[in-house]
Design a protein around this ligand. Structure first.
Ligand code: GRF
Length: 213
């Protein structure tokens, strides 16, 4: 039986598209149950619908800062669609502990940096400012604290002389699109799991060589 995935987005949804492509492979251990956005204008919604998927939004604005009430509305849609694993893909709102605890060890997130470095926003600018030679992206299980949780996979890319946040970000994004599907394949099939905060099985390790970039 394929595991049913709920994807949460806020924007253009390029990681979502990578997961949709991966789900279309015959051997994929997962299928997309629902794509949900917190704003009706998220460009990814149309792309998901064009792929024949159910894609809906629950606008956070009418909830006027009541984060948990907004999340309860998201939760109801995800349960109704039969989602078992949630893949956050550029979802730009912080989660309450209530939501995280309602989906124990079942929420994955992709972050555009090599955690635990550069949590939060503007990761590519900050990595360049810090003078790192390697940067990258991380897929991790979500815990109540932002950008924390067991690391399920990472992809490293070189930071090159002359890089801008845009050029470095594009190099990272290309790896995000490789990393997230592979982590989800392993996680959904049980080849990758956690016990408490310990990762069991085969985390995904990718590296873009200098020659590739
Ligand atoms: C990605 O860089 C992701 O790592 C970050 O937000 C961005 C979303 O891009 N969390 P997209 O919507 O998947 O194209």
């Amino acid at each position: 039986m394929k595991r049913r995935i709920g994807i949460l987005i806020s924007g253009r949804g390029s990681n979502m598209e990578a997961l949709i492509r991966a789900a279309a492979e015959p051997e994929a251990p997962f299928e997309i149950a629902l794509v949900l956005a917190n704003n009706p204008e998220a460009g990814g919604l149309e792309k998901a619908r064009a792929a024949g998927l159910r894609a809906e939004s629950v606008d956070h604005r009418p909830f006027k800062g009541d984060r948990e009430a907004h999340e309860r509305a998201l939760d109801a849609k995800l349960r109704e669609a039969g989602a078992e694993i949630l893949a956050f893909a550029g979802y730009m709102r912080l989660l309450t502990p209530w939501f995280v605890e309602a989906w124990p060890d079942a929420i994955l997130n992709i972050h555009p940096a090599l955690l635990p470095s550069f949590k939060g926003l503007h990761t590519h600018e900050r990595a360049l400012e810090a003078g790192v030679l390697w940067h990258g992206c991380t897929v991790h299980l979500v815990r109540p604290a932002m950008d924390e949780g067991p690391i399920l996979g990472q992809a490293a890319v070189p930071a090159l002389p002359g890089d801008t946040a845009e050029s470095l970000g594009a190099r990272v994004l290309a790896q995000e699109h490789r990393l997230y599907p592979e982590v989800l394949r392993r996680f959904a099939s049980g080849r990758l799991s956690v016990q408490g905060e310990r990762v069991l099985g085969e985390p995904v390790v990718l590296r873009a060589d200098l020659a590739e970039s």
